[in-house]
Design a binder for this molecule. Structure first.
Ligand code: GLU
Length: 306
């Protein structure tokens, strides 16, 4: 069945406009605090390459933690199964920047999408790549088919200035022997990857390889094997929304990932990839309107992985 997604987007937008946006913009990173809280955009790319969009879908925003899926993909491609000795695949049930569990788990993060896990993956990439920041952004540009995608030095610097908790996480893991490189180098790579800016369209395009069995659809290049693609999608399904992953799975039923910049990307294998952006976040750090929008979207279209 094919859908008139443009009309569905409009209908759902009108519906969520009537509910009060109870979220709050993430201002713990000062540079994110200045974003217009009323922005809303959505973009969907179907597996046959059609584009559908609504609202502010062409505006750049900070993808933050969404980039953790891309660092994981690159590290998994290069490191294979060895990767899982240093990071787990269980939902954490704790806030994304929690230190407590890491102490009990002796410096091995529960999964690659909480901050601790993404910091270990950053450490791995620094060891594996000759020019880590350059090679990683080139990987992202290839996936997005957009050579203009870049780090935002203002956002990276702004996070560095208040990044005490991330510094604590790296130091704690280093004390357990799970960080090989210098703490400052790991933090610098991490703050940069979180600072990448994209539009909804870029974001949906970038994640198409995960909807297309590991193949980037425009070039036809295989990015990940089928088995690795399945596993990354499985981790997005179980761990992609901080300590609200169960809720997202229950309400939306798609693998996805959110970031504190207000972006969400989600996909239905062999069907489509969709990206939403609305900066106000709920208490768990996920976009309030983005979650609502996607819940209504999979309910209306009756399309989900379940
Ligand atoms: N750069 C953010 C942090 O480390 C990422 C958080 C997120 O988007 O989940 O706090």
């Amino acid at each position: 069945m094919s859908f008139d997604y443009n009309n569905i987007f409009k209908e759902i937008f009108l519906q969520i406009e009537q509910t009060q946006d109870r979220g709050k913009i993430a201002d713990y990173i000062p540079e994110l605090g200045g974003v217009d809280p009323n922005k809303f955009g959505v973009h969907l790319i179907s597996i046959d390459g059609r584009h559908y969009s609504f609202g502010d879908s062409d505006e750049l925003f900070s993808i933050q933690s969404i980039a953790k899926v891309l660092t994981l993909s690159l590290a998994y491609k290069l490191e294979n199964q060895k990767l899982w000795k240093r990071v787990g695949v269980e939902p954490s049930g704790n806030p994304f920047n929690s230190l407590v569990q890491l102490e009990y788990d002796e410096g091995v993060p529960r999964n690659p999408f909480i901050n601790a896990g993404a910091l270990v993956i950053s450490d791995m990439l620094i060891s594996l790549l000759e020019y880590p920041k350059q090679e990683f952004i080139e990987f992202v540009r290839k996936l997005s088919n957009n050579n203009k995608i870049d780090y935002c030095s203002r956002i990276a610097q702004s996070e560095k200035e208040v990044g005490y908790r991330n510094a604590a996480l790296v130091n704690l893991m280093k004390s357990f022997g799970n960080i090989d490189n210098e703490v400052d180098d790991v933090l610098d790579f991490y703050f940069n990857l979180c600072s990448i800016r994209m539009t909804n369209k870029d974001l949906a395009q970038t994640f198409m390889y995960l909807a297309n069995n590991g193949i980037e659809p425009i070039s036809g290049e295989r990015i990940l094997s089928l088995s690795k693609t399945k596993r990354i999608n499985a981790i997005m399904q179980t761990c992609g929304f901080y300590d609200e992953a169960g809720e997202f799975s229950f309400k939306v039923g798609l693998p996805g990932k959110s970031g504190v910049g207000g972006g969400i990307v989600a996909l239905l294998p062999n069907k489509y990839c969709i990206a939403t952006w609305s900066p106000k976040l709920n208490k768990k750090g996920n976009s309030f309107k983005g979650m609502k929008f996607l819940e209504l979207f999979t309910t209306k279209t009756e399309l989900s992985i379940f």
